[in-house]
Design a protein around this ligand. Structure first.
Ligand SMILES: [Zn+2]
Length: 272
């Protein structure tokens, strides 16, 4: 099983906003990764990334326009998941499932491109999104306009999957396809229902910790201050989740984050 990440966009920010004691004058280009897993049963995506649907498409809601203006993501057409899949010899129809680590806009905006994929996510979060006001959702960085109308029938609750013990001290995890290849682990704090994915069968077990932090250095640098911490749903839980991920790395595991700027061994080089 091979795992490749494609970068759908850059989000430009300053180090101080994402790293404790970071520099205000250091500019960072955060990546917005989508994972492409070549699983024996078919292609599985991790999240859906930023896309023109969120950034430039006509018909977007006024609040979405304001949101994308504020963050000004720089879309990378070559990193678009459909383009990356095509360069790997696949089409959207080959995508059997999409695992949604959480519902923030930069993780779900391209979902409409994959109308046949099973969707694996936190059911409780989906119910919360459906039942609260649009303002309460936007306040949390969630734009329900990106969730497909048939999500209720396509959604599988990740936390209903069988529980097993994860490697390197992770504790209880959820075996998504019941084959010990992709294990979901609760990492609360950044967003409602946020979870990471562990791949125990790689030569060196890897934990994709999604948005537990934005940059790798933050795993060991202590909690960020204001205003960066305002983004977290639950800063205390985020500290505990961060410590768990840092412990996995100390035990010898490989850790990858969605947004960290540096290239990793799992990242696809554009046009290759
Ligand atoms: Zn997020």
């Amino acid at each position: 099983m091979k795992i490749t990440f494609t970068n759908t966009a850059y989000v430009h920010t300053r180090e101080r906003l994402v790293l404790n004691k970071g520099r205000w004058n250091k500019r960072l280009a955060l990546q917005v990764r989508v994972g492409i897993i070549e699983h024996p049963d078919g292609v599985v995506l991790i999240d859906a990334g930023y896309s023109p649907e969120a950034i430039s498409a006509p018909g977007r809601s006024p609040m979405l326009r304001a949101y994308s203006w504020a963050f000004s993501p720089e879309l990378l057409p070559d990193g678009d998941p459909i383009e990356a899949l095509s360069q790997m010899g696949y089409t959207a129809d080959d995508v059997k499932a999409i695992i949604l680590t959480h519902f923030h806009v930069d993780h779900i905006s391209a979902l409409a491109r994959f109308p046949n994929a099973r969707l694996i996510a936190c059911q409780q979060t989906f119910e919360n999104v459906r039942t609260r006001s649009i303002w309460a959702n936007i306040h949390r960085g969630i734009f329900p306009e990106f969730l497909p109308n048939d999500m209720t029938v396509r959604l599988e609750n990740v936390f209903d999957k069988p529980q097993v013990n994860g490697p390197l001290g992770l504790g209880l995890v959820y075996d998504i396809f019941e084959d010990n290849r992709i294990l979901a682990i609760r990492l609360p704090g950044h967003a409602e229902g946020h979870f990471g994915l562990c791949f125990p069968q790689l030569e060196r077990p890897m934990l994709y910790a999604a948005d537990v932090q934005w940059v790798t250095a933050a795993l060991t640098r202590g909690p960020i201050g204001y205003p960066g911490r305002l983004v977290a749903e639950d800063p205390h839980a985020q500290r505990e989740s961060t410590a768990k991920v840092a412990g996995f790395a100390r035990a010898g595991g490989d850790v990858l984050l969605c947004h960290t700027p540096e290239m990793t061994a799992y990242d696809r080089k554009p046009n290759t």
